[in-house]
Design a protein around this ligand. Structure first.
Ligand code: FAD
Length: 463
């Protein structure tokens, strides 16, 4: 019998288009292993919403493997140590894995390759990070030239099929019981809203993609309208690798339209984010532009008023309906519309003058699609601190944004206190003199928030 092959799964929880699984299956009996290694990720160990998703995603993959007489082995602890133990138990020397770019995974990949034969494959992005380079061979830092250069290289690689056969080892190594990992919330169980909003797993991701094929042509017109279901909502499935971007690209490539073009460019943002964290591994913790280290943020750790303001933002009680709807959508469903992510991020950073890292942390805990690269790249983009970013002085006006992008029914859905109000009153009930008793007045006036942010910015520039 040929030697047993280990497949190390992380954010690639799928059977099809999984180059590591496919290669392993062609070489011998396969043992798929998922290690929950919270210590490796440290500050970026999965937050509550992601843990909920992970539980269901592992359950789904385990069922798919079970139908093929295979098993998903679950271990908890140091990923490298656990993989070495499994290898010893089954007499394997080779581990197959899709290449990941989070700094902790790069470190683990390095350590593991010193101990076992680690075969790495490119499976979770359109192209491997670092592959798209300038004419002189250096890495892109700015999105637009990165996107243009990637388009020159399209199409991406072919989709890899699901393996025809998965043969079993003579004996299976021990596995943890998924329920014992306690990834699901219990006291209290706050996950009802997530369960109502999402279907988790590879099959559900493909179902969503086939629905999305019908709608993608309208993407350009609808993507910015939070009241409409105008984006694919594939981000958590993409994050956990229940579906890969190459599969999406392949399924939609015949849908040539402005909508598809614009959707393709968003998929490229995901690759771009991986490209950024590969160049700047500490991107989620450090300003790329060092001058912002001198910006005098209001610090919730030392300033009680700032701490209360942060809490109001987290709970969706700012008095700005569009901001509150977004923050409550996030808490209830584990997801927020992209336009509203930008509005709520800008509000925290500029109107409340609170460091973007506090927002990054909250999103990390609450998003089902929380992703080290995409979250930090977007927070730094909004803060103006990033390698490619909006300018700090471009301060979004939440009330204008709410009207412009027709957020009335979105607000009615997530802020029930305002459910009886029509547009235009619902965008700014205080200004229109129809503020319901149950809803708070604005925590800071737009003009005052803007001026405070501009003053802090000028003080930083003046040194
Ligand atoms: P669609 O509009 O259908 O886009 C398709 C896919 O492209 C998405 O699923 C996603 O994988 C990718 N994508 C789209 N926009 C972006 C973008 N700006 N950056 C990177 N990838 C993108 N996205 C995450 O996946 N994880 C995060 O942790 C995350 N944090 C964010 C934080 C802030 C402050 C902001 C402003 C944006 C963040 N985004 C993040 C990007 C974006 O909001 C989500 O990817 C998108 O809303 C997901 O919904 P969708 O699947 O319907 O996206």
């Amino acid at each position: 019998m040929s030697e047993t092959q280990i497949v190390w799964l992380r954010r690639d929880l799928r059977m099809a288009d999984n180059p590591a699984l496919f290669a392993a299956a062609s070489q011998g009996p396969v043992v798929c292993v998922y290690v929950l290694d919270d210590d490796a990720a440290g500050h970026h160990a999965y937050g509550g919403a992601s843990r909920w998703w992970l539980h269901h995603s592992l359950e789904s993959l385990s069922n798919s493997l079970g139908k093929r007489n295979a098993k998903l082995i679950l271990r908890r602890g140091d990923a490298v140590e656990e993989l070495c133990k499994v290898a010893e138990e089954v007499g394997a020397k080779t581990v197959h894995a899709n290449r990941h770019y989070e700094p902790w995974w790069r470190k683990a990949q390095g350590k593991l390759s010193d101990k076992l034969d680690l075969q790495l494959y490119d499976g979770i992005y359109l192209y491997p990070a670092g592959h798209i380079t300038t004419g002189s061979g250096s890495q892109y830092k700015i999105y637009t030239p990165f996107y243009k250069a990637m388009r020159q290289q399209f199409p991406p690689r072919d989709v890899v099929p699901e393996p025809d056969t998965l043969s079993s080892p003579e004996t299976w190594p021990a596995s943890d019981n998924l329920a014992d990992w306690e990834l699901l919330p219990t006291r209290p169980d706050w996950s009802g809203g997530l369960a109502d909003f999402w279907q988790v797993g590879e099959e559900a991701a493909h179902q969503r993609l086939s629905e999305w094929e019908e709608d993608v042509s309208d993407y350009e017109d609808r993507r910015n309208l939070p009241s409409q279901d105008g984006s694919s909502r594939l981000s958590p499935s993409l994050h956990f690798g229940e579906i890969g971007p190459v599969q999406i690209w392949d399924a939609l490539k015949h849908k040539r339209s402005d909508g598809w073009q614009s959707y393709e460019s968003e998929l490229v943002w995901r690759d771009y984010a991986a490209n950024v964290i590969c160049q700047f591994p500490a991107y989620a913790r450090e300003n790329y532009r060092e001058d912002y280290d001198q910006l005098k943020w209001r610090d919730p750790d030392t300033d009680e008023k700032a701490a209360r303001d942060l809490k109001k933002w987290q709970e969706g009680k700012t008095g700005y309906p569009i901001v509150d709807a977004g923050m409550r959508q996030l808490y209830q469903t584990g997801w927020m519309h992209n336009r509203v992510r930008m509005i709520t991020a800008s509000f925290l950073i500029k109107h409340l003058l609170i460091d973007w890292r506090k927002g990054e942390e909250w999103f990390w805990d609450c998003l089902c699609d929380a992703d080290y690269g995409s979250n930090s790249v977007n927070w730094q983009w909004n803060a103006g601190t990033g390698v490619d970013s909006n300018m700090f002085v471009r301060i979004m006006a939440p009330l204008t944004q709410s009207e412009k992008f027709d957020a009335a029914s979105y607000i009615r859905e997530y802020v029930p206190e305002l459910a009886d109000l029509d547009a235009p009153y619902i965008h700014d009930p205080e200004e229109h003199g129809c503020l319901p008793k149950a809803y708070p007045p604005k925590m800071i006036a737009h003009k005052a928030g803007r001026e405070r942010a501009m003053d802090a910015y000028k003080a930083m520039k003046d040194g």
